[in-house]
Design a protein around this ligand. Structure first.
Ligand code: LMR
Length: 395
C-alpha cells in the first residue's frame, strides 16, 4: 500500500525551522514561523503561565475525560476575551469549543461548514496564511481568494477587496483576519471594518474571523474590534482563535472554535454537530493549555500579569520594526521600507524576490518564507546588524 505514496514537499513555514536547526552557522537567523522571541533570541514561558502551571499541579485531582468541547470554564473565559460583553453572550447565541490550537479550530470550522453545504466555497485574502488553503481543502471546501494586499505599493488593496466581496454569493464563507494579518501585517482600520461588515450584512455571506494574534496589534480589546463589529452586523458567524501566541503556549495546542447562531436553539443544534465533528476526529482536545489559560483568566492578579507580559511582547515587536527600518537605512539601502513600521503583529513582507530570499538562506543562513514574509518577532538588537547588512548585499 505505502509504495503508492509520493513524497510531499516540506511545509513552507515549518520546513524552514527544520533547515534552520540543521544549519551550523552561528550567525543564523530564523525569521520563518511566527514565534515570539525576546532580545536574547529565546521564546520564554510567560511568568503568569508558570504560576498557573504550578496552581494546576497543586489543584488537579483527576485526569478523567473532559468531553469533546473541552473545559467549560476555558470556553466561557475565551468567549469573553474574544467578544467582551457582546449581546450574543447574553442572548445565549454563541457556543465555544476548545480545540487543538488555532489550526484545530479552523479544521473543525471547515468540517462544520462542509456539513452544512458539502463542497462550500470559502474566500480567503490574497495573500493569506499558507496553511489556510490546505486546512479547508482537507475539510472538503473549495478555496477562492479576494484581493487584499497591494504588493507594489505595500499597502492594503481595499478597493479591490470591497469590489470582490460585493460579488461573493450569499451562501459562501469569507475568512477575515481579525488583526495582525498573516502574512502581510496590514490590518483593516475601524472605518474599513464598518464597510466590510455592511457588505456582509447586505449579501449574507458568513464571516469566519481568524484571530490568532489577539493582543499583538494594539491591545486585547482593540484587536477584537473588527470581530465584535462583525458580530453586531451579522446573525451568524464563526470565530477561530488561538492561545499559541498571546499566552506563548505554542506546543500545548490550545485554541477555540466559536459559532454565533441566530437563536439559542439554533446554537444548540450547531453545538451538537460540532461535538460530532470533534468526536470522529480527535475525540477530545488536550486539557493542559486550556487549564493554564483558564487559571490566568479566572484570576484578576494573573490576568493583570498576563496583560503586562503581552504588552512587553507587543512593544518589543513594534520597537524591532522601527529598528529594522533604521538599520536598513543605515546600511545605505535607499529603497523605502518605512511601510514596515505601519504594519502590525509579527509579520511583514520584505518585498524582495524569491531569488533574493534564497540567497539570504544559502549565503547568510537567514531563513525567510519564500513569499518574503519575515517574522519581525525574531529580530533583536543582537542580530539586526547582520540581518540588514545581509539584506543590503542581496538587494
Ligand atoms: C506562522 O504563520 O508562522 C504560524 O502561524 C505558525 C504556523 O503554524 O504556521
Amino acid at each position: 500500500m505505502f509504495s503508492q505514496l509520493k513524497a510531499m514537499p516540506a511545509d513552507p513555514i515549518l520546513g524552514l525551522s527544520v533547515k534552520f536547526k540543521a544549519d551550523n552557522n552561528p550567525r543564523k537567523i530564523d525569521l520563518g514561523p511566527g514565534i515570539y522571541k525576546d532580545d536574547s533570541g529565546h521564546t520564554p514561558v510567560l511568568a503568569c503561565v508558570k504560576v498557573a502551571e504550578q496552581f494546576r499541579l497543586d489543584k488537579e485531582t483527576s485526569k478523567t475525560y473532559l468531553g469533546s468541547a473541552g473545559s467549560v470554564s476555558f470556553n466561557e473565559q475565551i468567549t469573553r476575551l474574544l467578544l467582551g460583553d457582546h449581546k450574543v453572550i447574553g442572548e445565549n447565541r454563541i457556543r465555544t469549543l476548545s480545540t487543538p490550537g488555532g489550526t484545530g479550530a479552523l479544521r473543525v470550522a471547515g468540517e462544520l461548514i462542509n456539513k452544512c453545504t458539502p463542497g462550500a466555497t470559502i474566500w480567503v485574502s490574497n495573500p493569506t496564511w499558507a496553511n489556510h488553503q490546505g486546512v479547508f481543502t482537507a475539510a472538503g471546501l473549495k478555496v477562492k481568494t479576494y484581493p487584499y494586499y497591494d504588493y507594489e505599493n505595500k499597502c492594503l488593496d481595499f478597493s479591490g477587496m470591497l469590489e470582490a466581496l460585493k460579488r461573493i454569493p450569499g451562501d459562501d464563507v469569507v475568512l477575515l483576519h481579525a488583526c495582525c494579518h498573516n502574512p502581510s501585517g496590514m490590518d483593516l482600520n475601524p472605518q474599513q471594518w464598518q464597510q466590510v461588515a455592511e457588505i456582509a450584512s447586505q449579501i449574507g455571506f458568513m464571516p469566519l474571523v481568524d484571530i490568532a494574534y489577539q493582543g499583538f496589534g494594539e491591545g486585547l480589546d482593540e484587536d477584537a474590534y473588527g470581530l465584535r463589529l462583525m458580530a453586531d452586523s451579522v446573525e451568524q458567524m464563526i470565530v477561530c482563535s488561538s492561545c499559541s501566541k498571546n499566552f506563548g503556549l505554542y506546543r500545548e495546542r490550545i485554541g477555540a472554535c466559536s459559532v454565533i447562531a441566530t437563536s439559542a436553539s439554533a446554537a444548540d443544534i450547531i453545538y451538537s454537530v460540532l461535538l460530532s465533528v470533534v468526536r470522529v476526529n480527535y475525540s477530545m482536545p488536550p486539557a493542559h493549555g486550556a487549564a493554564i489559560v483558564e487559571a490566568i483568566l479566572n484570576s484578576t492578579e494573573l490576568s493583570q500579569q498576563w496583560h503586562g507580559e503581552l504588552k512587553v511582547m507587543r512593544d518589543r515587536i513594534a520597537g524591532m520594526r522601527q529598528l529594522l527600518v533604521e538599520k536598513l537605512l543605515a546600511n545605505g539601502i535607499t529603497r523605502d521600507f518605512s511601510f514596515i513600521t505601519t504594519q502590525k503583529g509579527m509579520f511583514s513582507f520584505l518585498g524582495i524576490d524569491q531569488h533574493q530570499v534564497q540567497r539570504l538562506q544559502d549565503e547568510f543562513s537567514i531563513y525567510i518564507v519564500g513569499s518574503s514574509r519575515i517574522s519581525v518577532a525574531a529580530i533583536s538588537p543582537a542580530n539586526v546588524d547582520y540581518l540588514t547588512q545581509s539584506i543590503a548585499k542581496v538587494l
